[in-house]
Design a protein around this ligand. Structure first.
Ligand code: FAD
Length: 557
């Protein structure tokens, strides 16, 4: 097969135009084209009046051999030979996933995977597919029961600290927009494996080719269940409501520390020589336990800020002009960044078109925001986090050591709880009032979507002064890119404190913790991923590291 990239066509082109463009690019007659599949479809909306679709396609033609020779696609130094159009024709790359190992017949101990977010899910799936029969330990509940608990906070103001937006089957991304793009470098095409497994589990097939795929909350729930069934059918085991509270570690004669298993909340001990830590960024008690057990943990930067809500129609019009609402474009998103005079950067994060702001706390007496949407993305408001980067120097006044960032988060989440009235409502303010430094008392044209509710007032005391002034400077700068962004009635809701993990559980090139062999820190909580796709990719990478270590140990034994 041949891959053609960068085929540009107007937004409303007929299907035949794509066939003609392919034939023209290859210099063949249209009837010499046996078939094609779209490998990727994106759009360029920089010229709002003339939005173009950009395709990569995989093409079948009996003329393939001639084309390969004519364009010297197999020539060494092919990149020099390929100029002009021929530079955008290549052999279709092999992106299929290849397992790195097979579990030995006499597998001594089963690997443990702690956490069943996207990282743990993919680590367990790939380990199971290689025959390692992993045991997954998840502190939260199975996804249907978890959904009820999560709604319990949103509708009844009752937080279950072990079953919520952060904890439970599917992890933090289950009640989300399900955005699946990432800017990670992925030379081994692990992202393709994540996408293919999601499609097998029931995700819309278009996620395999649209440039910014998303799934939405509703489908994610059933996909997670389907993936659980696959892991179990391959001999894996998944245990819910089983929080890991301690680690069994021993030190050999040359001083090397080895993990030997875990202790569960119930007191039960499980022996293992391979433990994947796929904890997510909110497992604060588990981070503290690891630190106390001497596992190498360090502080890392993250960001804090607010959620902002605008009418989705405002964003659509700003991005797409007269073509707003076109079904191939969907609800518009944005990505904004501003470098402030005080040296901070403020940027938009986790933008959810046509979605809702959600209560994402996992500790009692704290308020945290995040965003989600359904596949249709047809809610009235667009929301995104507007956050300011902070570094370990900023944490120092909240606590000592590598966990000080957690104390900073707790401090401001507790403040938000208090400002929201002490019943899990979130503090909020209209953008116009925030910019003028005066408290808000009534909503305008934008009604916030956060449940259980938003209490209007002044957000200035809800975050450190440097973050408030940076966000105050950034919003008018964003207005220059999206007209209406700093509109008076847009609503800010606070606080957004869990943009990424406040710690890194550092690992070496071979995937083991820097100072504890057999412990494999992975995913967002360990500081190696940010988002569903990259967490899944890191899960696969970690499964491979575990598998290779088991196989080499077994061979040595
Ligand atoms: P997590 O998904 O956080 O999973 C960790 C799991 O470990 C949890 O289930 C937790 O219960 C479990 N655990 C923790 N400690 C223990 C313990 N001691 N014992 C047993 N189990 C434990 N990303 C995107 O890419 N696109 C989006 O649209 C998107 N939207 C989001 C919306 C919301 C509301 C939230 C909260 C996050 C969103 N994210 C999104 C971020 C994304 O969800 C995370 O980046 C991703 O889930 C990280 O995956 P993970 O597997 O590393 O950790």
């Amino acid at each position: 097969m041949l891959r053609l990239t960068d085929l540009k066509l107007p937004l409303d082109h007929p299907e035949s135009a794509l066939r003609e463009a392919i034939a023209a690019r290859l210099g063949i007659a249209a009837d010499e084209l046996t078939g094609y599949t779209v490998a990727k479809r994106s759009y360029d909306a920089r010229r709002r009046g003339a939005i173009v679709l950009i395709y990569s396609v995989d093409v079948d033609t009996p003329r393939e051999g001639d084309i390969v020779r004519r364009l010297q696609l197999d020539a060494e130094a092919a990149e020099f030979a390929r100029a002009g159009d021929s530079g955008r024709v290549m052999r279709t790359p092999d992106t299929s996933y290849k397992f790195v190992a097979r579990a030995p017949e006499n597998l001594p101990l089963r690997p443990l995977v702690i956490g069943m977010g996207p990282c743990g899910l993919f680590a367990a799936l790939v380990l199971a597919q290689m025959g390692f029969r992993p045991i997954v330990l998840e502190r939260g509940k199975a996804v249907r029961e978890r959904t009820k608990d999560t709604w319990g906070l949103w509708r009844k103001k009752v937080l279950n600290p072990e079953s919520n937006v952060q904890f439970g089957e599917g992890g933090a991304g289950t009640f989300s927009d399900g955005k699946l793009w990432s800017q990670i470098s992925d030379p081994k095409h692990y992202g393709r494996k994540v996408i293919d497994e999601f499609v097998r589990a029931g995700a819309p097939e278009e996620i395999a080719y649209v440039s910014k795929p998303h799934i939405g909350t509703f489908r994610l729930v059933s996909m997670v269940e389907q993936m659980r069934a696959t892991i179990e059918s391959l001999g894996g085991e998944i245990r819910f409501s089983q929080r890991v509270d301690d680690l069994l570690v021993d030190t050999d004669r040359d001083g090397t520390r080895h993990v030997r298993g875990v202790t569960l909340e119930s007191g039960e001990q499980l022996r293992a020589d391979h433990v994947v830590l796929a904890l997510g960024h909110s497992a604060r008690d588990t981070f503290a336990m690891l630190h106390a057990r001497g596992v190498f943990v360090e502080a890392k930067p993250f960001s804090i800020g607010f959620r902002i809500e605008h009418p989705q129609s405002l964003i659509d019009t700003a991005r797409f002009g007269a073509q707003a609402g076109h079904p191939l474009l969907g609800a518009a998103d944005y990505k904004l960044v501003h470098h402030c005079r005080n040296g901070r950067s403020v940027y938009s994060f986790c933008m959810c078109p046509g979605g809702t702001v959600v209560a994402a706390a996992s500790e009692p007496g704290r308020v945290v925001t995040n965003g989600m949407s359904q596949y249709s993305r047809n809610e009235r408001n667009a929301n995104a986090a507007i956050v300011c980067g902070i570094t370990p120097e900023d944490f120092a006044r909240y606590g000592e050591g590598p966990l000080a960032g957690i104390e900073l988060q707790r401090h401001w989440e507790a403040r938000a709880f208090e400002l929201g009235g002490g019943e899990y409502e979130a503090p909020g303010q209209l953008v116009g009032d925030f910019l003028k430094g005066r408290a808000s008392s009534a909503f305008g044209t934008v009604l916030p979507s956060y449940k259980p509710g938003v209490r209007l007032g002044d957000l200035a005391p809800s975050l450190p002064e440097y973050a408030i002034s940076a966000i105050r400077e950034a919003l008018p700068a964003f207005e220059k890119q999206i007209r209406g962004f700093a509109m008076h009635d847009a609503v800010l809701t606070g606080v957004e404190t869990r943009t990424s993990s406040p710690v890194r559980i550092t690992r070496g090139e071979d995937g083991h913790s820097l100072n504890t062999r057999g412990l494999f820190p992975a995913g967002e909580g360990a500081g190696y991923a940010g988002g569903i796709l990259s967490a899944g990719v890191d899960g696969i990478r970690t499964a491979e590291a575990v598998a290779l270590d088991v196989v080499s140990r077994t061979a040595r034994a």
